[in-house]
Design a protein around this ligand. Structure first.
Ligand code: LHQ
Length: 257
């Protein structure tokens, strides 16, 4: 169905794999449009309750395929048309998105990992704000997410110096939800994705939305946003099931409804 990505449904999760390993999964036009389609498909499929985004081969993604761009391209338009809709979709999608960062995440590949809700990071992986090395500026949400995760000073340092951040440092900086060893890679990612897929999906969607909005709102607005989200969560089947299970002293079985 897709040429540049793999889309594999495993139970209630989907694994989307960037699949141009010989180019370190750098983005060409086809991969942009296919990734966006894949995310839309995952969003619309009610049976999918968690999304894993990873890379084939030794890289997560090396960002833009540099053999595809030249001076005839307006980079701003390229971002508006191709990268930004993907980054926006990842924020809006009402399901948890896990970046399983299997190797190098450079340039917009780093930004893509930042736009996920969780980053499970291989001990072989690294993050590189490569933009500065080719005289460009961080894009695809990098200047939004990175300072919020690591603080202004560290973000500026990573953007301007363009030094590589290894897995261990990524863990220390709070970029990595967890660093995972090679031998446990697949099993730990699956277990984490399955765990999220068995949680109250609507509440996760509301948490994503509330947290994102909280950056732009004063306390008063945040309190109202929380109250509104709780009205909706309170009407969900998973809330009823959670309370029922608590009263019956059993484990809840959440269905994402
Ligand atoms: C690549 C790439 C690549 C093509 C490795 N393209 N082939 C937005 C708006 C508009 C325009 C510009 O871009 C953007 C967003 C961006 O993402 S800008 C930043 C673009 N990315 C980069 O600058 C990273 C470039 N790559 C690297 O610095 C290195 O390849 C890294 C550090 C990722 C990995 O280094 P190594 O492990 O030493 O691998 P390598 O450099 O030997 O690469 C392996 C192959 O992959 C090689 O091809 P070859 O035919 O020689 O085996 C590379 O040419 C190719 N490749 N990245 N982005």
């Amino acid at each position: 169905m897709f040429d540049t990505i793999l889309y594999e449904v495993r139970g209630s999760t989907v694994w989307i794999t960037l699949n141009r390993p010989e180019k370190l999964n750098s983005f060409n036009e086809a991969m942009h449009s296919e990734l966006l389609k894949a995310l839309q498909e995952a969003e619309n499929d009610k049976a999918i309750r968690a999304i894993v985004l990873t890379g084939a081969g030794r890289a997560f993604s090396a960002g833009q395929d540099l053999s595809e761009v030249d001076n005839s391209t307006d980079y701003g338009d390229l971002l508006r048309n191709r990268y930004n809709p993907i980054i926006q979709k990842m924020a809006e999608i009402g399901k948890p998105v896990i970046a399983a960062v299997n190797g190098t995440a450079a340039g917009a590949g780093f930004s893509l990992a930042l736009a996920a809700d969780f980053r499970l990071v291989s001990e072989k992986a690294s993050f590189l704000n490569a933009f500065i090395h080719i005289g460009l500026v961080p894009d695809s949400g990098n200047t939004y997410y990175l300072p919020r995760m690591v603080g202004h000073a560290k973000a500026l340092e990573l953007m301007v110096l363009g030094d590589k951040v290894g897995a261990e440092e990524a863990g220390r900086l709070g970029l990595a939800t967890k660093v995972i060893s090679e031998e446990n890679w697949k099993s730990e990612i699956s277990a984490f994705a399955d765990r999220l897929a068995s949680m109250p999906t609507k509440a996760i969607a509301l948490i994503k939305e509330a947290l994102m909005k909280s950056w732009d709102l004063p306390l008063e607005g945040v309190l109202e946003k929380e109250a509104h989200a709780q009205s909706l969560a309170g009407l969900s089947g998973d809330h009823r099931e959670g309370v029922q299970a608590f009263l019956e002293k059993r484990k809840p079985l959440f269905k994402g409804d």
